[in-house]
Design a protein around this ligand. Structure first.
Ligand SMILES: [Zn+2]
Length: 187
């Protein structure tokens, strides 16, 4: 018998009965770190990449699985959304897409050029503040979908409905991020 290095519980098997950490946690060494690295990076049996893969290949099954108790392999949907938003923000900043061509604007009359610049600035404001309308969208969509589920006599409570919305919006943000990075790349 050993004591769990995470929570101090007595461990008789491979995993701690209380917190689930592996019993055999050794001191971190360079060989150990190198050995773990491919697994940590490429093994997508859980976490963010697992969410992405499941949500792209079988979103309905993934969300249902999560709701019916398959929690461990998944990233929490709120974390999933936050990471998606951060990625989205970075891609928007890095690709620095604009709706106009600077050289083309020079040839236009000042008024038209200003209108285009203003429109572009407004679009940029929305791109940079995606999270604000995402917050509104989560609340509004959750309530709306909750109503729909009630009408369809589906037995989801409000929190479960919010989970469905969080997964869906996070996936939408990710798809948007991919589209922006493709546009930036073509640009
Ligand atoms: Zn433990």
């Amino acid at each position: 018998m050993i004591l769990c290095k995470n929570c101090g519980e007595q461990v008789y098997n491979k995993f701690c009965p209380s917190c689930g950490q592996k019993a055999s946690v050794k001191r971190i060494t360079v060989p150990g770190l190198l050995q773990d690295l491919p697994h940590a990076i490429f093994h997508i049996d859980r976490g963010f990449l697992y969410n992405i893969r499941q949500m792209f290949t079988q979103p309905g099954r993934a969300i249902n699985g999560y709701l019916s108790g398959q929690r461990k392999p998944f990233f929490h949907p709120a974390t999933y959304l936050v990471i998606s938003l951060v990625l989205n923000y970075l891609v928007v900043k890095i690709t620095d897409l604009h709706l106009y061509d600077e050289n083309e604007l020079q040839t236009m009359d000042a008024f038209a050029a200003k209108a285009i610049r203003d429109y572009d600035a407004m679009q940029w404001w929305f791109l940079e503040h995606t999270y604000i309308y995402i917050l509104f969208a989560i609340s509004a969509s959750s309530l709306f979908l909750f109503g729909i589920y009630k009408l369809l006599k589906q037995n989801y409570n409000l929190a479960e409905t919010a989970v469905v919305v969080l997964f869906t919006i996070a996936q939408g943000v990710l798809i948007q991020t991919i589209i922006y990075s493709l546009f930036g790349w073509i640009h």
